[in-house]
Design a protein around this ligand. Structure first.
Ligand code: FAD
Length: 506
Protein backbone atom coordinates (compact mmCIF):
# COMPACT_ATOMS: atom_id res chain seq x y z
CA UNK A 1 0.00 0.00 0.00
CA UNK A 2 1.36 3.41 -0.94
CA UNK A 3 2.06 5.19 2.40
CA UNK A 4 1.01 8.54 1.03
CA UNK A 5 -2.33 7.22 -0.27
CA UNK A 6 -5.43 8.58 1.38
CA UNK A 7 -7.32 5.97 3.38
CA UNK A 8 -9.98 7.84 5.35
CA UNK A 9 -12.60 9.87 3.56
CA UNK A 10 -15.30 11.61 5.57
CA UNK A 11 -18.45 12.85 3.88
CA UNK A 12 -20.50 15.38 5.84
CA UNK A 13 -24.14 15.34 4.75
CA UNK A 14 -26.56 12.70 3.58
CA UNK A 15 -28.66 14.50 1.00
CA UNK A 16 -28.51 13.75 -2.71
CA UNK A 17 -24.92 15.04 -2.89
CA UNK A 18 -23.65 13.10 0.13
CA UNK A 19 -25.07 9.76 -0.93
CA UNK A 20 -24.09 10.26 -4.58
CA UNK A 21 -20.53 10.88 -3.41
CA UNK A 22 -20.57 7.92 -1.03
CA UNK A 23 -21.94 5.50 -3.64
CA UNK A 24 -19.63 6.74 -6.41
CA UNK A 25 -16.44 6.74 -4.36
CA UNK A 26 -17.21 3.35 -2.80
CA UNK A 27 -17.83 1.86 -6.23
CA UNK A 28 -14.66 3.27 -7.79
CA UNK A 29 -12.17 2.96 -4.92
CA UNK A 30 -13.53 -0.19 -3.26
CA UNK A 31 -11.25 -1.38 -0.49
CA UNK A 32 -8.66 1.31 -1.18
CA UNK A 33 -10.45 3.83 1.01
CA UNK A 34 -12.70 3.78 4.09
CA UNK A 35 -15.71 6.05 3.80
CA UNK A 36 -17.66 7.47 6.72
CA UNK A 37 -20.77 9.53 6.07
CA UNK A 38 -22.15 11.73 8.83
CA UNK A 39 -25.67 13.06 8.60
CA UNK A 40 -28.27 14.47 10.89
CA UNK A 41 -31.85 13.32 10.60
CA UNK A 42 -32.88 16.21 12.81
CA UNK A 43 -31.48 18.75 10.32
CA UNK A 44 -32.82 16.81 7.32
CA UNK A 45 -32.20 17.44 3.65
CA UNK A 46 -33.40 20.12 1.25
CA UNK A 47 -35.68 17.46 -0.27
CA UNK A 48 -36.16 19.16 -3.64
CA UNK A 49 -34.13 18.45 -6.77
CA UNK A 50 -36.15 15.96 -8.73
CA UNK A 51 -35.43 16.67 -12.39
CA UNK A 52 -32.25 15.55 -14.11
CA UNK A 53 -30.49 15.64 -17.48
CA UNK A 54 -29.35 12.64 -19.58
CA UNK A 55 -25.79 12.71 -18.20
CA UNK A 56 -27.15 11.03 -15.05
CA UNK A 57 -27.14 7.81 -17.03
CA UNK A 58 -23.34 7.94 -16.93
CA UNK A 59 -23.49 8.00 -13.14
CA UNK A 60 -25.97 5.12 -13.13
CA UNK A 61 -23.66 3.19 -15.40
CA UNK A 62 -20.72 3.90 -13.10
CA UNK A 63 -22.69 2.37 -10.25
CA UNK A 64 -23.88 -0.46 -12.46
CA UNK A 65 -27.46 -0.13 -11.23
CA UNK A 66 -30.46 -1.60 -12.94
CA UNK A 67 -32.43 1.27 -14.44
CA UNK A 68 -35.86 -0.28 -13.96
CA UNK A 69 -35.12 -1.00 -10.29
CA UNK A 70 -33.91 2.58 -9.85
CA UNK A 71 -37.01 4.15 -11.46
CA UNK A 72 -39.30 1.83 -9.49
CA UNK A 73 -37.56 2.57 -6.18
CA UNK A 74 -37.73 6.32 -6.66
CA UNK A 75 -41.29 6.58 -8.06
CA UNK A 76 -39.55 7.96 -11.09
CA UNK A 77 -40.67 8.89 -14.58
CA UNK A 78 -38.84 9.61 -17.82
CA UNK A 79 -37.89 13.01 -19.15
CA UNK A 80 -37.35 13.91 -22.80
CA UNK A 81 -36.78 17.62 -22.28
CA UNK A 82 -38.08 20.78 -20.62
CA UNK A 83 -41.11 22.64 -21.91
CA UNK A 84 -40.82 26.39 -21.49
CA UNK A 85 -44.06 28.35 -21.33
CA UNK A 86 -44.34 32.15 -21.66
CA UNK A 87 -40.59 32.88 -21.77
CA UNK A 88 -39.98 34.80 -25.00
CA UNK A 89 -43.46 36.29 -24.82
CA UNK A 90 -46.69 35.43 -23.03
CA UNK A 91 -48.35 32.57 -24.92
CA UNK A 92 -45.07 31.17 -26.32
CA UNK A 93 -44.31 27.54 -25.80
CA UNK A 94 -41.21 25.63 -26.84
CA UNK A 95 -39.27 22.62 -25.69
CA UNK A 96 -35.59 22.25 -24.97
CA UNK A 97 -35.61 18.62 -26.01
CA UNK A 98 -32.63 16.36 -25.40
CA UNK A 99 -31.12 15.19 -28.65
CA UNK A 100 -30.63 16.87 -31.98
CA UNK A 101 -33.47 17.97 -34.20
CA UNK A 102 -33.21 16.46 -37.68
CA UNK A 103 -30.21 14.60 -39.04
CA UNK A 104 -26.88 16.06 -40.16
CA UNK A 105 -26.18 15.99 -43.87
CA UNK A 106 -22.77 16.05 -45.52
CA UNK A 107 -21.05 16.94 -42.24
CA UNK A 108 -23.16 20.08 -41.73
CA UNK A 109 -25.51 20.32 -38.74
CA UNK A 110 -29.17 19.99 -39.67
CA UNK A 111 -30.18 23.42 -38.39
CA UNK A 112 -28.31 25.15 -41.25
CA UNK A 113 -30.54 23.41 -43.81
CA UNK A 114 -33.58 24.20 -41.74
CA UNK A 115 -32.52 27.85 -41.52
CA UNK A 116 -31.85 28.06 -45.24
CA UNK A 117 -35.32 26.78 -46.03
CA UNK A 118 -36.92 29.09 -43.49
CA UNK A 119 -35.03 32.14 -44.73
CA UNK A 120 -35.80 31.29 -48.36
CA UNK A 121 -39.50 31.15 -47.54
CA UNK A 122 -39.22 34.44 -45.61
CA UNK A 123 -40.83 32.68 -42.68
CA UNK A 124 -41.06 34.46 -39.34
CA UNK A 125 -43.02 33.64 -36.24
CA UNK A 126 -43.58 30.23 -34.69
CA UNK A 127 -40.75 28.04 -35.95
CA UNK A 128 -41.35 24.40 -36.90
CA UNK A 129 -37.90 23.27 -35.73
CA UNK A 130 -39.40 20.73 -33.33
CA UNK A 131 -41.30 18.91 -36.07
CA UNK A 132 -37.88 17.46 -36.84
CA UNK A 133 -37.09 16.36 -33.28
CA UNK A 134 -38.13 12.89 -32.17
CA UNK A 135 -37.68 13.86 -28.51
CA UNK A 136 -39.96 16.87 -28.92
CA UNK A 137 -42.63 15.03 -30.90
CA UNK A 138 -42.64 12.09 -28.49
CA UNK A 139 -42.77 14.42 -25.49
CA UNK A 140 -45.78 16.36 -26.76
CA UNK A 141 -47.52 13.13 -27.72
CA UNK A 142 -46.86 11.70 -24.23
CA UNK A 143 -44.91 8.77 -25.63
CA UNK A 144 -41.70 7.12 -24.52
CA UNK A 145 -39.44 4.14 -25.18
CA UNK A 146 -35.80 3.51 -24.56
CA UNK A 147 -33.57 3.92 -27.55
CA UNK A 148 -33.15 0.50 -29.16
CA UNK A 149 -29.57 -0.73 -29.54
CA UNK A 150 -29.58 0.20 -33.22
CA UNK A 151 -31.04 3.66 -32.49
CA UNK A 152 -34.08 4.89 -34.37
CA UNK A 153 -32.60 4.43 -37.83
CA UNK A 154 -31.34 7.69 -39.31
CA UNK A 155 -32.79 9.60 -36.34
CA UNK A 156 -30.12 8.05 -34.14
CA UNK A 157 -31.30 8.01 -30.58
CA UNK A 158 -33.79 9.48 -28.15
CA UNK A 159 -31.78 10.68 -25.13
CA UNK A 160 -33.65 10.79 -21.85
CA UNK A 161 -33.27 11.61 -18.20
CA UNK A 162 -35.43 11.00 -15.12
CA UNK A 163 -37.70 12.68 -12.66
CA UNK A 164 -37.54 11.11 -9.21
CA UNK A 165 -38.45 11.57 -5.57
CA UNK A 166 -35.38 13.16 -3.95
CA UNK A 167 -35.89 11.42 -0.58
CA UNK A 168 -36.29 8.03 -2.21
CA UNK A 169 -33.25 8.67 -4.39
CA UNK A 170 -31.06 9.38 -1.34
CA UNK A 171 -32.47 6.25 0.33
CA UNK A 172 -31.75 4.17 -2.78
CA UNK A 173 -28.15 5.39 -2.93
CA UNK A 174 -27.69 4.92 0.80
CA UNK A 175 -28.66 1.24 0.55
CA UNK A 176 -26.25 0.87 -2.36
CA UNK A 177 -23.37 2.62 -0.53
CA UNK A 178 -23.90 0.72 2.71
CA UNK A 179 -23.81 -2.57 0.81
CA UNK A 180 -20.35 -1.50 -0.38
CA UNK A 181 -19.20 -0.85 3.17
CA UNK A 182 -19.80 2.87 3.66
CA UNK A 183 -20.20 3.56 7.40
CA UNK A 184 -23.07 5.90 8.26
CA UNK A 185 -22.89 7.93 11.44
CA UNK A 186 -25.99 9.65 12.71
CA UNK A 187 -25.34 12.93 14.50
CA UNK A 188 -25.04 16.66 14.32
CA UNK A 189 -21.58 18.09 13.59
CA UNK A 190 -20.92 20.89 16.09
CA UNK A 191 -17.22 21.51 15.67
CA UNK A 192 -14.56 21.22 12.99
CA UNK A 193 -10.93 20.91 14.07
CA UNK A 194 -8.20 22.43 11.92
CA UNK A 195 -4.67 21.00 12.04
CA UNK A 196 -1.16 22.44 11.85
CA UNK A 197 0.54 23.90 9.91
CA UNK A 198 -1.83 24.75 7.07
CA UNK A 199 -5.26 24.66 8.69
CA UNK A 200 -6.44 21.50 6.96
CA UNK A 201 -9.42 19.86 8.59
CA UNK A 202 -8.35 16.89 10.70
CA UNK A 203 -11.57 15.92 12.43
CA UNK A 204 -15.16 16.82 13.15
CA UNK A 205 -16.92 16.55 16.49
CA UNK A 206 -20.52 15.49 16.89
CA UNK A 207 -22.98 16.87 19.41
CA UNK A 208 -22.83 13.73 21.53
CA UNK A 209 -19.03 14.03 21.73
CA UNK A 210 -17.87 11.51 19.14
CA UNK A 211 -14.91 12.65 17.05
CA UNK A 212 -14.60 11.49 13.43
CA UNK A 213 -11.12 11.83 11.94
CA UNK A 214 -10.28 11.84 8.27
CA UNK A 215 -7.73 12.77 5.65
CA UNK A 216 -10.02 13.97 2.88
CA UNK A 217 -13.35 15.64 3.74
CA UNK A 218 -16.23 15.96 1.31
CA UNK A 219 -18.55 18.74 2.37
CA UNK A 220 -22.10 17.86 1.33
CA UNK A 221 -23.73 19.75 4.19
CA UNK A 222 -26.00 21.82 1.95
CA UNK A 223 -26.29 25.60 1.75
CA UNK A 224 -24.53 26.06 5.11
CA UNK A 225 -21.23 24.64 3.78
CA UNK A 226 -20.19 23.59 7.25
CA UNK A 227 -16.57 22.80 6.39
CA UNK A 228 -15.85 24.71 3.19
CA UNK A 229 -17.26 27.97 4.56
CA UNK A 230 -17.93 27.48 8.26
CA UNK A 231 -14.42 26.17 9.00
CA UNK A 232 -12.28 27.23 6.04
CA UNK A 233 -13.93 30.60 5.25
CA UNK A 234 -13.42 29.98 1.55
CA UNK A 235 -15.65 32.82 0.37
CA UNK A 236 -18.57 32.87 -2.05
CA UNK A 237 -18.98 34.52 -5.44
CA UNK A 238 -22.39 36.17 -5.42
CA UNK A 239 -24.00 35.87 -8.86
CA UNK A 240 -27.36 37.39 -8.01
CA UNK A 241 -26.57 40.26 -10.37
CA UNK A 242 -26.83 37.75 -13.24
CA UNK A 243 -29.61 35.55 -11.87
CA UNK A 244 -31.67 37.59 -9.41
CA UNK A 245 -34.08 34.89 -8.14
CA UNK A 246 -33.32 34.24 -4.48
CA UNK A 247 -36.26 32.25 -3.14
CA UNK A 248 -38.46 29.32 -3.98
CA UNK A 249 -41.58 27.78 -2.58
CA UNK A 250 -42.22 24.11 -3.23
CA UNK A 251 -45.33 21.96 -2.88
CA UNK A 252 -46.27 18.48 -4.12
CA UNK A 253 -49.72 17.84 -5.55
CA UNK A 254 -51.78 14.86 -6.65
CA UNK A 255 -50.93 13.45 -10.07
CA UNK A 256 -53.19 14.10 -13.00
CA UNK A 257 -53.22 12.31 -16.32
CA UNK A 258 -51.47 12.20 -18.67
CA UNK A 259 -48.09 11.45 -17.10
CA UNK A 260 -46.02 13.83 -19.21
CA UNK A 261 -42.47 12.78 -20.13
CA UNK A 262 -41.07 16.28 -19.62
CA UNK A 263 -40.44 18.91 -16.98
CA UNK A 264 -42.28 22.23 -17.33
CA UNK A 265 -40.85 25.65 -16.56
CA UNK A 266 -43.53 28.32 -16.84
CA UNK A 267 -42.46 31.94 -16.62
CA UNK A 268 -44.53 33.92 -14.12
CA UNK A 269 -44.72 37.52 -12.92
CA UNK A 270 -41.52 37.46 -10.83
CA UNK A 271 -39.78 34.23 -11.80
CA UNK A 272 -40.98 30.85 -13.00
CA UNK A 273 -42.80 27.75 -11.83
CA UNK A 274 -41.61 24.17 -12.20
CA UNK A 275 -43.75 21.09 -12.67
CA UNK A 276 -42.15 17.68 -12.30
CA UNK A 277 -44.41 14.65 -12.81
CA UNK A 278 -43.60 11.53 -10.77
CA UNK A 279 -45.51 8.27 -10.65
CA UNK A 280 -47.24 9.00 -7.33
CA UNK A 281 -47.37 12.82 -7.27
CA UNK A 282 -46.33 15.96 -9.09
CA UNK A 283 -43.62 18.25 -7.72
CA UNK A 284 -44.24 21.97 -8.10
CA UNK A 285 -42.40 25.11 -7.16
CA UNK A 286 -42.15 28.81 -7.83
CA UNK A 287 -38.61 30.23 -8.11
CA UNK A 288 -38.87 33.98 -7.60
CA UNK A 289 -37.05 37.18 -6.82
CA UNK A 290 -38.06 38.59 -3.45
CA UNK A 291 -37.50 42.16 -4.67
CA UNK A 292 -40.50 41.79 -6.97
CA UNK A 293 -42.95 39.54 -5.13
CA UNK A 294 -43.54 38.55 -1.51
CA UNK A 295 -43.36 34.96 -0.33
CA UNK A 296 -47.08 35.00 0.48
CA UNK A 297 -48.00 36.20 -2.99
CA UNK A 298 -45.70 33.67 -4.67
CA UNK A 299 -47.19 30.89 -2.56
CA UNK A 300 -50.73 31.96 -3.45
CA UNK A 301 -49.84 32.01 -7.16
CA UNK A 302 -48.25 28.57 -6.94
CA UNK A 303 -51.23 27.06 -5.13
CA UNK A 304 -53.65 28.58 -7.62
CA UNK A 305 -51.80 26.96 -10.56
CA UNK A 306 -51.56 23.37 -9.24
CA UNK A 307 -53.22 20.81 -11.44
CA UNK A 308 -54.11 18.50 -8.55
CA UNK A 309 -54.87 18.75 -4.85
CA UNK A 310 -51.92 19.99 -2.71
CA UNK A 311 -50.46 17.09 -0.71
CA UNK A 312 -48.42 19.07 1.85
CA UNK A 313 -47.91 22.56 3.15
CA UNK A 314 -45.91 24.82 0.82
CA UNK A 315 -42.25 24.88 1.80
CA UNK A 316 -40.23 28.11 1.46
CA UNK A 317 -36.52 27.98 0.53
CA UNK A 318 -33.92 30.74 0.34
CA UNK A 319 -30.73 30.76 -1.66
CA UNK A 320 -27.98 32.97 -2.96
CA UNK A 321 -26.98 32.22 -6.54
CA UNK A 322 -23.26 31.74 -6.96
CA UNK A 323 -20.42 29.43 -6.11
CA UNK A 324 -17.59 28.98 -3.62
CA UNK A 325 -14.42 30.81 -4.55
CA UNK A 326 -12.67 27.46 -4.42
CA UNK A 327 -14.91 24.42 -4.63
CA UNK A 328 -11.95 22.38 -3.41
CA UNK A 329 -10.02 24.16 -0.64
CA UNK A 330 -7.15 22.52 1.31
CA UNK A 331 -8.41 18.99 2.05
CA UNK A 332 -12.12 19.82 1.72
CA UNK A 333 -14.03 19.26 -1.52
CA UNK A 334 -17.53 20.69 -1.53
CA UNK A 335 -20.27 19.05 -3.54
CA UNK A 336 -23.92 19.91 -4.09
CA UNK A 337 -25.43 22.95 -2.41
CA UNK A 338 -22.29 23.37 -0.29
CA UNK A 339 -20.35 24.18 -3.47
CA UNK A 340 -22.80 26.70 -4.93
CA UNK A 341 -26.23 26.98 -6.43
CA UNK A 342 -27.88 28.10 -9.63
CA UNK A 343 -31.62 27.93 -9.99
CA UNK A 344 -32.98 24.64 -11.33
CA UNK A 345 -34.20 26.08 -14.66
CA UNK A 346 -32.17 23.54 -16.65
CA UNK A 347 -31.94 20.88 -13.91
CA UNK A 348 -28.19 21.28 -13.52
CA UNK A 349 -27.45 20.92 -9.78
CA UNK A 350 -27.49 17.15 -9.53
CA UNK A 351 -25.41 17.06 -12.67
CA UNK A 352 -22.84 19.38 -11.06
CA UNK A 353 -22.59 16.98 -8.11
CA UNK A 354 -21.91 14.17 -10.55
CA UNK A 355 -19.46 16.11 -12.65
CA UNK A 356 -17.45 17.43 -9.67
CA UNK A 357 -17.41 13.91 -8.24
CA UNK A 358 -16.06 12.71 -11.53
CA UNK A 359 -13.32 15.36 -11.40
CA UNK A 360 -12.53 14.41 -7.80
CA UNK A 361 -12.01 10.83 -8.90
CA UNK A 362 -9.83 11.99 -11.78
CA UNK A 363 -7.70 14.33 -9.63
CA UNK A 364 -7.91 12.31 -6.42
CA UNK A 365 -5.19 13.61 -4.08
CA UNK A 366 -2.73 11.85 -1.83
CA UNK A 367 -1.80 12.95 1.67
CA UNK A 368 0.55 15.61 0.28
CA UNK A 369 -2.39 17.53 -1.26
CA UNK A 370 -0.30 19.01 -4.06
CA UNK A 371 -1.61 22.24 -5.57
CA UNK A 372 -1.71 21.10 -9.21
CA UNK A 373 -4.60 18.61 -9.11
CA UNK A 374 -6.65 20.89 -6.86
CA UNK A 375 -6.05 23.91 -9.10
CA UNK A 376 -7.00 21.94 -12.18
CA UNK A 377 -10.14 20.61 -10.48
CA UNK A 378 -11.15 24.14 -9.48
CA UNK A 379 -10.45 25.58 -12.94
CA UNK A 380 -12.58 22.92 -14.63
CA UNK A 381 -15.41 23.24 -12.12
CA UNK A 382 -15.39 27.04 -12.42
CA UNK A 383 -15.56 26.88 -16.21
CA UNK A 384 -18.52 24.54 -16.04
CA UNK A 385 -20.37 26.74 -13.56
CA UNK A 386 -19.78 29.87 -15.65
CA UNK A 387 -20.93 28.22 -18.88
CA UNK A 388 -24.14 27.05 -17.21
CA UNK A 389 -24.71 30.55 -15.81
CA UNK A 390 -24.46 32.06 -19.30
CA UNK A 391 -26.97 29.57 -20.62
CA UNK A 392 -29.43 30.33 -17.80
CA UNK A 393 -29.03 34.09 -18.30
CA UNK A 394 -29.97 33.63 -21.95
CA UNK A 395 -33.44 32.44 -20.90
CA UNK A 396 -34.07 35.65 -18.96
CA UNK A 397 -32.53 38.15 -21.34
CA UNK A 398 -33.84 36.73 -24.62
CA UNK A 399 -37.35 37.92 -23.94
CA UNK A 400 -39.71 40.53 -25.26
CA UNK A 401 -41.68 40.45 -22.02
CA UNK A 402 -42.10 43.80 -20.32
CA UNK A 403 -45.39 43.13 -18.57
CA UNK A 404 -44.00 43.21 -15.00
CA UNK A 405 -41.17 45.06 -13.24
CA UNK A 406 -39.33 41.74 -12.91
CA UNK A 407 -39.35 41.09 -16.67
CA UNK A 408 -38.41 44.69 -17.46
CA UNK A 409 -35.48 44.25 -15.09
CA UNK A 410 -34.45 41.00 -16.86
CA UNK A 411 -34.73 42.52 -20.31
CA UNK A 412 -32.98 45.79 -19.56
CA UNK A 413 -30.71 45.41 -16.56
CA UNK A 414 -29.28 41.90 -16.39
CA UNK A 415 -25.62 41.90 -17.43
CA UNK A 416 -24.66 39.79 -20.45
CA UNK A 417 -21.15 38.42 -20.34
CA UNK A 418 -18.91 38.92 -23.37
CA UNK A 419 -19.07 35.19 -24.11
CA UNK A 420 -22.86 35.27 -24.11
CA UNK A 421 -22.94 38.33 -26.35
CA UNK A 422 -20.49 36.67 -28.74
CA UNK A 423 -22.61 33.52 -28.93
CA UNK A 424 -25.75 35.49 -29.71
CA UNK A 425 -23.89 37.45 -32.36
CA UNK A 426 -22.56 34.32 -34.02
CA UNK A 427 -26.08 32.91 -34.10
CA UNK A 428 -27.75 36.05 -35.41
CA UNK A 429 -25.30 36.70 -38.19
CA UNK A 430 -25.06 33.21 -39.66
CA UNK A 431 -26.71 30.57 -37.52
CA UNK A 432 -23.36 29.57 -36.04
CA UNK A 433 -23.32 27.69 -32.76
CA UNK A 434 -19.80 27.40 -31.35
CA UNK A 435 -18.68 24.22 -29.66
CA UNK A 436 -16.69 24.58 -26.48
CA UNK A 437 -15.44 21.34 -25.04
CA UNK A 438 -16.21 22.36 -21.45
CA UNK A 439 -19.81 23.34 -22.18
CA UNK A 440 -22.42 21.19 -20.57
CA UNK A 441 -24.95 22.57 -23.04
CA UNK A 442 -24.00 21.75 -26.59
CA UNK A 443 -25.06 23.58 -29.80
CA UNK A 444 -28.32 21.65 -29.92
CA UNK A 445 -29.38 23.15 -26.57
CA UNK A 446 -28.39 26.68 -27.50
CA UNK A 447 -30.22 26.27 -30.81
CA UNK A 448 -33.52 25.38 -29.17
CA UNK A 449 -33.45 28.14 -26.57
CA UNK A 450 -32.36 30.79 -29.10
CA UNK A 451 -35.05 29.75 -31.58
CA UNK A 452 -37.62 29.12 -28.85
CA UNK A 453 -37.16 32.58 -27.40
CA UNK A 454 -37.43 34.32 -30.72
CA UNK A 455 -33.84 35.26 -31.54
CA UNK A 456 -33.88 35.01 -35.33
CA UNK A 457 -30.77 34.07 -37.31
CA UNK A 458 -30.30 36.24 -40.36
CA UNK A 459 -28.22 33.75 -42.28
CA UNK A 460 -26.88 30.23 -42.36
CA UNK A 461 -23.78 28.40 -43.48
CA UNK A 462 -23.10 28.85 -47.21
CA UNK A 463 -22.57 25.08 -47.30
CA UNK A 464 -26.32 24.63 -46.90
CA UNK A 465 -26.57 25.94 -50.47
CA UNK A 466 -25.12 22.70 -51.81
CA UNK A 467 -28.64 21.26 -52.27
CA UNK A 468 -31.11 22.68 -54.76
CA UNK A 469 -34.26 24.27 -53.31
CA UNK A 470 -36.62 21.55 -54.51
CA UNK A 471 -34.42 18.75 -53.19
CA UNK A 472 -34.05 20.54 -49.87
CA UNK A 473 -37.82 20.82 -49.41
CA UNK A 474 -38.33 17.19 -50.32
CA UNK A 475 -35.61 16.06 -47.91
CA UNK A 476 -37.01 18.18 -45.06
CA UNK A 477 -40.44 16.67 -45.74
CA UNK A 478 -38.93 13.17 -45.55
CA UNK A 479 -37.29 13.93 -42.21
CA UNK A 480 -40.57 15.30 -40.80
CA UNK A 481 -42.46 12.21 -41.94
CA UNK A 482 -39.83 9.89 -40.48
CA UNK A 483 -40.05 11.66 -37.12
CA UNK A 484 -43.86 11.48 -37.09
CA UNK A 485 -43.90 7.78 -38.08
CA UNK A 486 -41.32 6.88 -35.43
CA UNK A 487 -43.27 8.84 -32.80
CA UNK A 488 -46.48 7.01 -33.66
CA UNK A 489 -44.82 3.66 -33.10
CA UNK A 490 -43.78 4.52 -29.52
CA UNK A 491 -45.85 3.38 -26.54
CA UNK A 492 -47.45 5.87 -24.16
CA UNK A 493 -45.20 7.04 -21.32
CA UNK A 494 -47.53 5.74 -18.59
CA UNK A 495 -47.94 2.40 -20.40
CA UNK A 496 -44.19 2.04 -20.71
CA UNK A 497 -43.77 2.61 -16.97
CA UNK A 498 -46.63 0.27 -16.11
CA UNK A 499 -44.92 -2.50 -18.10
CA UNK A 500 -41.34 -1.97 -16.97
CA UNK A 501 -40.86 -0.02 -13.76
CA UNK A 502 -44.10 0.80 -11.99
CA UNK A 503 -43.65 1.52 -8.28
CA UNK A 504 -47.26 0.50 -7.70
CA UNK A 505 -46.21 -3.01 -8.67
CA UNK A 506 -43.22 -2.97 -6.31
C1 FAD B 1 -35.76 25.14 -5.03
C2 FAD B 1 -34.78 24.12 -5.51
C3 FAD B 1 -35.11 23.29 -6.57
C4 FAD B 1 -34.18 22.37 -7.06
N1 FAD B 1 -34.49 21.60 -8.14
C5 FAD B 1 -33.52 20.83 -8.71
C6 FAD B 1 -33.78 20.05 -9.86
O1 FAD B 1 -34.89 20.00 -10.37
N2 FAD B 1 -32.76 19.35 -10.39
C7 FAD B 1 -31.51 19.35 -9.84
O2 FAD B 1 -30.61 18.74 -10.40
N3 FAD B 1 -31.27 20.01 -8.70
C8 FAD B 1 -32.23 20.75 -8.14
N4 FAD B 1 -31.97 21.43 -6.98
C9 FAD B 1 -30.70 21.22 -6.31
C10 FAD B 1 -30.74 19.92 -5.52
O3 FAD B 1 -31.81 19.94 -4.62
C11 FAD B 1 -29.46 19.72 -4.77
O4 FAD B 1 -28.38 19.85 -5.65
C12 FAD B 1 -29.40 18.34 -4.20
O5 FAD B 1 -30.54 18.06 -3.48
C13 FAD B 1 -28.21 18.20 -3.32
O6 FAD B 1 -28.43 18.79 -2.07
P1 FAD B 1 -27.32 18.56 -0.99
O7 FAD B 1 -27.21 17.10 -0.75
O8 FAD B 1 -26.14 19.31 -1.39
O9 FAD B 1 -27.92 19.29 0.30
P2 FAD B 1 -29.04 18.86 1.36
O10 FAD B 1 -30.12 18.08 0.74
O11 FAD B 1 -29.41 20.12 2.06
O12 FAD B 1 -28.29 17.91 2.37
C14 FAD B 1 -27.45 18.40 3.37
C15 FAD B 1 -27.08 17.29 4.30
O13 FAD B 1 -26.17 17.78 5.25
C16 FAD B 1 -26.58 17.39 6.54
N5 FAD B 1 -26.10 18.36 7.52
C17 FAD B 1 -26.16 19.70 7.46
N6 FAD B 1 -25.64 20.24 8.58
C18 FAD B 1 -25.22 19.21 9.33
C19 FAD B 1 -24.61 19.10 10.61
N7 FAD B 1 -24.32 20.19 11.35
N8 FAD B 1 -24.34 17.88 11.08
C20 FAD B 1 -24.63 16.75 10.38
N9 FAD B 1 -25.22 16.80 9.18
C21 FAD B 1 -25.51 18.01 8.67
C22 FAD B 1 -28.10 17.36 6.45
O14 FAD B 1 -28.65 16.58 7.47
C23 FAD B 1 -28.25 16.72 5.08
O15 FAD B 1 -28.13 15.32 5.20
C24 FAD B 1 -32.91 22.29 -6.46
C25 FAD B 1 -32.61 23.08 -5.35
C26 FAD B 1 -33.52 24.00 -4.88
C27 FAD B 1 -33.17 24.85 -3.70
Amino acid sequence: MNPSAIRDVVIVGGGTAGWMAAAGLARVFGELIRITLVESEEIGTVGVGEATIPQIQLYNRLLGIDEDAFVKATNGSFKLGIVFNDWGAIGDRYIHAFGEPGVPLGGLPFHHYWLRDRLARGERGRPDLWDYSLNAEAAFAGRFARTPQSGFGPLGEMPYAFHFDAHLYARFLRAYAERLGVRRVEGKVVDVTPGEPDGRVVSIRLERGEVVEGELFVDCSGFRGLLIEGALKTGYEDWSEYLPADRAVAVPCASVEPLTPYTQASADAAGWRWRIPLQHRTGNGYVFCSRFISEDEATAVLLSRLDGEALADPRPLRFLTGKRRRIWNKNVVSLGLASGFMEPLESTSIHLVQSCLDKLIQYFPDKGFADAPRDRFNAEADAEYVAIRDFLVLHYTATTRDDTPFWRHCKDALPRTETLKARIDLWRTGGRLPVDERDLFKPNSWLQVLVGQGIEAEGCSPLAGRIEDAKLSAWLGDVRRLVAQTRDRLPGHADFIARTCSSAAA
